[in-house]
Design a protein around this ligand. Structure first.
Ligand SMILES: Cc1cc2nc3c(=O)[nH]c(=O)nc-3n(C[C@H](O)[C@H](O)[C@H](O)COP(=O)(O)OP(=O)(O)OC[C@H]3O[C@@H](n4cnc5c(N)ncnc54)[C@H](O)[C@@H]3O)c2cc1C
Length: 389
């Protein structure tokens, strides 16, 4: 065999899995379609559950996160003028870490380079074969030349549009999906955060999220119709709409500035079952997508990696197949709970086009209940900081 585990996709899932396997003495090769610069330029997740923080430490990539990340003790949910504080630390004893996916990915690339792992960029036309035989094979094209890689196992870490999930025959896959009728327009701006913690705003004008990366870099979002284009939104138009969706006292503190990135992300809930097909295992966005409202996408990728790296290590080092046999069920049990939470947060905080006044009252009642009930706040906090792996 050319390697023990072939990993398709050099995003956070593929890199973290490779890093943990390499540290356990298992050889990997990563095949990534895009350039490293492209992977590192994608502005995505920013909130790490504590379980993800601990897994990154275990992978030996915690140092810069410890120095430059920001632990947050809670978050705010608001509607027109009401602010409800969810005190994660007081309610669960746990925090979350504000540290961008771009930084996590950069730390992982640096660590993988230090381990000497082979990461091939610009790989095209990946196809996966022999998943029910003794040795699997991955074919790919690099610099115009067709090549093959033989391996014991294949990890499909190639995101929602990748090839791995499609390799499982259609009649053996079951897909579950909910597409939401709106997207998030996000901007990155070198301005100070409007609040020391994130604000999830359920306003009569639609949802807004005030998030951040550091003391002078914010990531802010507004809910927009799917028909909108990022170019339709000047910075002034964005900030005016964002301000309108915050409680007035908070809006009065808002400092605005030019955007350095602006994009629209559609919102979707999606799960494909099973996560295993012979010698192939699906990980992260290759198998599931959550709307970003619950900050779960990257964190679910991390918990999949946690289960799979243990399972592959056992299979390759002791011959014990119990972990790989259980991988799909173990990971899916946690995935579905995060799906439920992300769907619930999305429903609670967004205006749905054409909705009736009943739906609006339900959102208001949910927030009112959270304001009054410590039990309700603890439930939200427990899910937000992340259920145990
Ligand atoms: C706007 C936005 C905000 C988000 N906010 C959060 C948040 O706050 N918290 C959170 O936890 N999550 C969040 N997420 C989700 C998070 O970014 C993803 O869940 C995460 O990127 C999943 O990592 P992954 O490695 O599984 O997939 P990806 O990051 O998609 O990586 C897959 C990699 O595979 C490569 N690839 C694809 N096809 C092939 C192929 N055929 N051959 C070779 N390589 C291939 C791709 O180029 C890519 O590099 C957000 C996402 C978006 C879009």
């Amino acid at each position: 065999m050319d390697t023990q585990v072939a990993i398709i996709g050099g995003g956070p899932s593929g890199l973290l899995l490779s890093q943990l396997l390499n540290r356990a003495g298992i050889a990997t090769v990563i095949l990534e379609r895009s350039s490293r610069d492209h992977v590192l330029s994608r502005i995505r997740a920013g909130i790490l559950e504590w379980g993800t923080v601990e897994l990154l430490r275990e992978a030996g990539v915690g140092a810069r996160m410890e120095a430059e990340g920001f632990p947050h003790d809670g978050t705010f949910l608001t509607d027109a003028e009401r602010m409800v504080h969810i005190d994660f630390k007081g309610l669960t004893g746990k925090q979350v870490m504000v540290y961008g996916q771009t930084e996590v990915t950069r730390d992982l690339y640096d660590a993988q380079d230090a381990m000497g792992t082979t990461i091939l960029h610009g790989v095209e036309d990946v196809s996966i074969h022999d998943l029910d035989g003794p040795v699997a094979r991955v074919d790919y094209t690099l610099n115009g030349e067709r090549r093959s890689l033989t391996c014991a196992y294949v990890a499909g870490c190639d995101g929602f549009h990748g090839v791995s999930r499609q390799t499982i025959p259609e009649d053996k896959r079951r897909e579950f999906e909910r597409v939401y009728p709106f997207g998030w327009l996000g901007i990155l701006s070198r301005t100070p955060p409007v609040s020391h913690e994130l604000i999830y705003a359920n306003s009569p004008h639609g949802f807004a999220l005030a998030s951040m990366r550091n003391a002078n870099l914010v990531r802010c979002y507004v809910q927009v119709p799917l028909s909108d284009k990022a170019e339709d939104w000047s910075d002034d138009r964005f900030w005016a709409e964002f301000r309108r969706r915050l409680p007035s006292e908070t809006a009065a503190r808002l400092i605005t500035g030019p955007s350095i990135e602006k994009s629209i992300a559609p919102l979707r809930s999606f799960v494909s079952e099973p996560l295993r097909w012979g010698r192939l295992f699906l990980v992260g966005d290759a198998a599931h997508i959550v709307p970003p409202t619950g900050a779960k996408g990257l964190n679910l990728a991390a918990s999949d990696v946690f289960y799979l790296h243990q399972a592959l290590t056992d299979a390759l080092q002791t011959g014990s197949k119990g972990g790989i046999d259980a991988y799909s069920d173990r990971a899916l049990a946690r995935i579905w709970k995060a799906m439920r939470f992300s769907w619930q947060m999305t429903t609670m905080l967004h205006r749905f086009e054409g909705e009736d006044s009943f739906a609006e009252r339900m959102r208001g009642a949910t927030l009112a209940h959270l304001a009054q009930s410590e039990v309700a706040r603890r439930d939200l906090a427990e899910n937000y900081v992340g259920l145990p792996f």
